[in-house]
Write a protein that binds this ligand. Structure first.
Ligand code: 5GP
Ligand code: MN
Length: 339
């Protein structure tokens, strides 16, 4: 974190009485880990800090230290409104446009609080008094570490804070293998281990706690896999009926899209998941190399994210969405073959 941003963060914290830390809608390991890690640090510095999420987070994250204190706007609406009213500083973590905070968006837009953004997605909006934005970073959790470092607080990182930040970095880097994983990422991880994070326990908590239903659903997803070799593309579909048959719970499909990307010579992978409740098809897009799924999703599927990992949605049926996707692909054939 550069000196200018450090000064801006210090200034925001200077007179802070009630700090609220917010992650994005459908929070993932990085959103929860970075928010809980920062909250833990700020509390050590004697600030009052509350973590708020727009909606609930998946079961496989519900062991993270301090996660029971996270307020869920969807469930604790009135409490969150009161807390946001009293907030003088709001940290927004792991997102960079207020509309990524779901139903919290109008409350944040109307808030008088001083905003601090810490985020690693591309094209940040300009709403914060202090913006720490760096799309080259592995994760927001790594950036929270660098923020703590800039505030000369590394010695304050206890085992709980270290565990939360480690989990954020691990989940967002696909266990330290995505391209944004750098030597610095590993140095940060080393420091977190020194401060009490226990890697094998964290990996087991995240990756070895699947339900039988999730594994069976993975079987269905792999069965539905379609490979379009001429576009170096592979995609998976899951219908609402298939989800229902396996008692789908939030987080169950996490990582499924990576199986499509793991096929030799495939550089573009997607999963289309029907969501009848919200009347959308949720899309996760992943790529290898220069093909930008961020741009692809922004242009065609109302979404965005990073170069190699993005999300999006379609308002059409599952079949129509896939049809449309296939009709768009030829425009990208050259880019995909050259990727
Ligand atoms: P996922 O496929 O896991 O939902 O999302 C992949 C990445 O893209 C995550 O970093 C997520 O935060 C980001 N992302 C997902 N949906 C959207 C979206 O609608 N807009 C933007 N800007 N980013 C998104
Ligand atoms: Mn992230």
């Amino acid at each position: 974190m550069n000196t200018q941003t450090t000064s801006a963060v210090k200034k925001a914290l200077d007179s802070a009485q009630n700090i609220v830390i917010i992650g994005h809608k459908n929070p993932d390991g990085d959103a929860i880990g970075s928010c809980l890690g920062l909250a833990g640090f700020l509390r050590k510095k004697d600030y009052s800090a509350t973590v708020v999420m727009p909606n609930d987070f998946p079961e496989f994250l519900k062991w993270m230290p301090g996660c029971d204190d996270v307020l869920i706007f969807e469930k604790q609406t009135e409490t969150v409104k009161t807390i946001l009213d009293a907030a003088d500083v709001i940290f927004t973590l792991d997102f960079n446009a207020l509309n990524r905070s779901g139903d919290l968006t109008p409350l944040l837009e109307d808030s008088e609080a001083t905003f601090v953004m810490i985020d690693h997605h591309q094209q940040p909006d300009d709403y914060a008094a202090a913006t720490y934005s760096d799309a080259s970073m592995s994760s927001t959790a790594q950036m929270v570490f660098h923020c703590i470092e800039a505030l000369e607080g590394v010695s304050e990182i206890d085992a709980d804070i270290a565990t939360n930040l480690y989990t954020g970095i691990m989940t967002d880097t696909g266990s330290f293998r995505f391209p944004a994983t750098t030597a610095t990422t590993h140095r940060v991880i080393a420091q977190l281990i020194e401060n009490g994070a226990v890697p094998n326990v964290i990996h087991e908590n995240i990756y070895d706690t699947a339900s039988q239903n999730r594994m069976k659903l993975l079987g269905v997803a792999l069965d539905n896999l379609t490979v379009l070799s001429e576009y170096r593309t592979a995609y998976i579909t899951l219908s609402q009926e298939e989800l229902d048959r396996h008692e789908f719970r939030k987080g169950d499909t996490e990582g499924f899209v990576n199986y499509a990307l793991s096929i030799k010579d495939i550089v573009f992978a997607l999963i289309f998941i029907e969501n009848r409740q919200e009347n959308i098809v949720k899309i996760s897009l992943r790529s290898k190399g220069p093909f930008s799924v961020n741009e692809f999703s922004r242009k065609h599927f109302h979404g965005g994210g990073h170069n190699n990992a993005a999300g999006g949605r379609s308002l059409q049926s599952l079949d129509e969405t896939v049809h449309e996707f296939i009709s768009i692909l030829p425009q990208y054939q050259k880019a995909l073959i050259d990727a």
